[in-house]
Write a protein that binds this ligand. Sequence first.
Ligand code: PEP
Length: 253
Amino acid sequence: MRKPFVAGNWKMNTDSDSAVKLAEAIAVGSLETAGQSVDVMVCPPFVYLQSVGRAIDGSSVTLGSQNVYTESEGAFTGEISTSMLKDVGCDYVLCGHSERRHVIGETDELINKKLSAALAGGLLPILCVGELIEQRQDNKTEQVITAQIKKGLAGISAEDMEKVTLAYEPVWAIGTGLTATPGQAQQVHALIRKLLSELYNEQLAEKTRIQYGGSAKPDNAAELMAQPDVDGLLVGGASLKADDFVAIIKAAG
Ligand code: PEP
């Protein structure tokens, strides 16, 4: 039985005041479900990690980073290391979010290095994968997801894989209001689980949590979560409104 896992990706939103208020409201609102039936995590911008960490302290909401660098310290202007993230209370880190792939230009190879660095540094990575609309229209979804999974997880041992969560986020559904139908999500989640059983083993594939991301909202969360291979949600826009995010957490539970 995989415990549902709902994560909020705040992206480059909030300010010092609104980040803390949002975190506090999520901590209070998720009291009923978080920690018991649902794991909940939020990824604020780097600069608010500490204040958000303080705001959720004592609650069952955990802290994640939207990004990390591959090296542990040194002359890497503008980058943040795993030890810095651990130092400010992060447990999780997103690797390969579609905006990092397609806006910033991160490659599968860099994403794989970040994921390895995260594991080596004691963070729990969430590897995000997803196809562009043109790739779906060209019937290339399976090919794209397979390549992203294989390259993203290259060299990751079965032992380390136990600490990895996957997120299927069709790029055409992120921030667009278009959500994959529950059937479309299930199809790709089942493909990912099959890939995991081929790359590792069936037991590990059964244990691994696979989140769906792409315009998840209170009114579609339950039907997405009802799919057998959808184990959680990675939420962008709707995680910026505490009421919506809490409603999604409840629907997931
Ligand atoms: C995301 O950023 O991971 C995401 C899924 O965004 P949204 O929910 O806004 O589509």
